[in-house]
Design a protein around this ligand. Sequence first.
Ligand SMILES: C[S@@+](CC[C@H](N)C(=O)[O-])C[C@H]1O[C@@H](n2cnc3c(N)ncnc32)[C@H](O)[C@@H]1O
Length: 272
Amino acid sequence: MWRAARRGLKALARDGGVVPSPNIWYFPDVYELENRAQDVDGEIWRVLGEEAPWAGRDVLDVGCGDGFHLPKFAADARTVMGVEPHEPLVRKATNRLDGLANVRVLAGSAQRIPVPDASVDVVHARTAYFFGPGCEPGLREADRILRPGGALVIVDLDATAEPYGRWMRADLPHYDPPAVENFFARKGFRHRRVDTRWRFRTRAELESVLKIEFSPEIAARAIEDVLRVNAFGEDGYTVPVGYRVHVREKPTGLVLPGHSSSSSESISPRML
Ligand SMILES: C[S@@+](CC[C@H](N)C(=O)[O-])C[C@H]1O[C@@H](n2cnc3c(N)ncnc32)[C@H](O)[C@@H]1O
């Protein structure tokens, strides 16, 4: 299953458009456990709050999957939109949000977000689509929908951080972390590394999650590594996982006549 999913991923990524996510597409229940286990200390949320505060603002979570992160944004944001290309996940996210008045889920993709120009303050993407070179169409689309001064914030795994990054690199030998970080730096993003802990209540949960994230061989190695450190598992099983948070604000300069707000060619008043 894992290999077939990887082949499908490559084929569809080649065609452009949607990037299949074998973990959440084929194993949504296990992915739910994974999301619950992630970032138990709230470190990513803390950094997001510092870099792109969302209280009272209009937030859009692109590649929102089954909407796991939407309620957290909705607690303080003015409005929240989840955008997701995979139809079964659009339905799941919609069901999750039943009763939350300020949240909507829309079918769409990072390259085509079904909202007007300059209508959002924070665009958030977590382990979705913005994986490095190749995501330029999504960067342009985020610029189009952001209000001047609004922020695009991309959260992804840090493949340089031990031990999770070592398992990632073993499964993705061609993945080049410095190239990815340089790409975002060239595109004008600042970035922060975030140390988190994933915590699983049981060994069965730990194993099921690592098995949807890695090939059988690497999953077996990862499980062994975790069990060695968490020998007794009395408080559950903890895994250190590093993330990168990349942030870029849309310039607040004036837009030249004849240029749409999606153009990056804005100028500041001082340049007039
Ligand atoms: C690993 S999941 C993460 C889901 C969610 N952000 C979370 O943290 O729970 C990646 C998500 O990106 C979605 N995705 C794939 N291609 C996309 C695209 N072109 N634009 C936006 N989202 C995409 C997948 O369908 C999947 O739901």
